[in-house]
Every structure is written in C-alpha cells, then in structure tokens.
Design a protein around this ligand. Structure first.
Ligand code: E4P
Length: 218
C-alpha cells in the first residue's frame, strides 16, 4: 500500500518525505486555503513546489465544475510537472473529463466518492485513482471502511485497473483498516502516519535495553 500525505503544508510534506516512506501527496482547495495559498499563479507555484519535493504522484484539484473548464484547468495543472495528477470531482462533467484525460494519457484522481456505484463509473472512465472519503462517511455514523472493502471486491472481480486511494483518513487505525480492506493507497494527515510509530511496549522495551547496557558498560 502506498502512503500519500493529505496536506498542502510544505514543512509536513518534507517531514514525511524525510521519513523515507512517502509515496505521494494529495491536496484539495480547502487544504490550499488552510496554508493561505491564494490567487491562481500562487496556487500553481505551490503545486510546483510540492511536486519537486516528492518523486511520486501529487494530486492537484480543478476548481471548475463544467467540462470545458475542467479540461482547461486540468491541462494547465498537468503541464506543471510530470508527477501531477489531475483531481476531478465525481460529477457528470467530471466523469466526462476523466474519460477525456484518460484517452490523452493524463493521470486523474476521481475525488468525493461515497458509493460503490460512483467508484465503478470512475473506473469505467479510466481514472488512475478513485478517492472514497472514509472519515466523512464515519461522520454520518456509517462505516466508511466498508466502502473500501466493497470497491476492492468489485475492482478485483472486474479487473479494473483504477487504484483505490482511501481518503479522509483520520487516525492510525484507519490506515491499518484501509490496508486490510484492500486500499492500494492511503492518504492521511502527518499525525496519522506518525501515530503508527508508537506503542508503550516499544518505549518500555527500549528503556530496559538501554538500562541493561548501561549496567555493564557504564
Ligand atoms: C482527499 O483527497 C481529500 O483531500 C481528503 O482526504 C479529505 O479529507 P477530510 O475529510 O479530512 O477533509
């Protein structure tokens, strides 16, 4: 399973990259706004900065909601760097745009996916990634991870090549569950990635190893 970080924060991207386990980045307009990146040129420059830090795919989202606008923006985003993936919302125009980019050999990430039916459409259109939002389904008191399992089962049966990118991940447990449910990629905040590091028995064990070493070696 690939690890993407879900942020537009350069320091956090660098920190995850320095760990040596980062495979890519996802962003969205809310995450860009959170970093105070405003204005078309600044946004494009910021994507370029991110794409230069990581070797893997960087999802950059279109703002347009109409087909022509998505194609126009998607082409500009795809030109920024070889590893930019055009992120397009799951709408009728979005599916049409994904279909277009797929035929042009431009990678896409179909975002805001909340059902297996939507995931089937994204795969049929040739999306490189499909992003089911696990945490936002949990927020509605449904089991978001069930959607990852369902899509995984369908994609396996149908031999769809689209990669399942588990999104809206909120905890280290979500990462473990996404891996078990068959996600090809998980995109998460830095805190969820680093949260995987910790176990009290690791700390206790390390403390004892060091204490025993010191007893004999001073
Ligand atoms: C996915 O690509 C989105 O950027 C993201 O995972 C949404 O997460 P949220 O529901 O925590 O905002």
């Amino acid at each position: 399973m690939l690890f993407f970080i879900d942020t537009a924060n350069i320091d956090q991207i660098k920190e995850a990259h320095d760990l040596g386990i980062l495979d890519g980045v996802t962003t969205n307009p809310s995450l860009m706004a959170k970093e105070g990146v405003i204005g078309e040129q600044n946004i494009l420059d910021h994507y370029k900065k991110i794409a230069a830090i990581v070797e893997g795919d960087v999802s950059a989202e279109v703002i347009a909601t109409d087909y022509d606008g998505m194609i126009r923006e998607g082409k500009i985003l795809a030109e920024l760097a070889d590893n930019i993936v055009v992120k397009i919302p799951m709408t009728k125009d979005g599916i049409k745009a994904i279909s277009y980019f797929s035929k042009e050999g431009i990678a896409t990430n179909c975002t805001l996916v909340f059902s297996a039916g939507q995931a089937i459409l994204a795969a049929k259109a040739g999306a490189t990634y499909v992003s089911p939002f696990v945490g936002r389904i949990d927020d509605m008191a449904w089991e978001g991870m069930d959607l990852i399992s369902e899509i995984s089962e369908i994609y396996d049966i149908q031999n769809f090549e689209t990669q399942i990118l588990a999104a809206s991940i909120r905890s280290p447990l979500h990462i473990v569950q996404a891996a078990k449910a068959g996600a090809h990629v998980v995109t998460c905040p830095l805190s969820s990635i680093t949260g995987l590091l910790y176990h009290p028995l690791t700390d206790i064990g390390l403390e004892k190893f060091l204490a025993d070493y010191k007893k004999l070696n001073g």
